[in-house]
Design a protein around this ligand. Sequence first.
Ligand code: ZN
Length: 153
Amino acid sequence: MVNCSWCDLSEEDKRFQVYESTFWSVFLSDEQDYVGRCILVLKRHCASLPELTEDEWEELRGLVCKVETCLKTVLGAALCNWSCLMNSFHKESEPDPHLHIHVRPRYDRPVMINGNIYTDSEFGHHYALDKNGPIPAEDKEEVLDRLKEWLSR
Ligand SMILES: [Zn+2]
């Protein structure tokens, strides 16, 4: 395996870890187009869902329940959009994907973080790919703290 940035996460990446289990880590995404958006990353280098072991699947199932309940409870999400895409790895001439799963919380009402209001104006439709840019750092920290606290209970 050549130089996988998902196997060798930076300290800055690790700072945004909200939860860790035996086989998986959960991070708050860089992209907060849907506030609370997270990413589940398998701790070993593995290319696709069909290659997961029984134990990894079993743990993933529990994690999906836990993270979705967290996003509903802590941020008021109405539902979550889960996706395992892996497209960008396949732009390479020799794709060497590292399995990860995106979760975008979707909102039927505005979410308030530090007095700032976030709205999901396309609720009920496919998530937008070109939604607003980054959110203020202090709002991201607030979301990080809230998710971490709930998930570590
Ligand atoms: Zn990897």
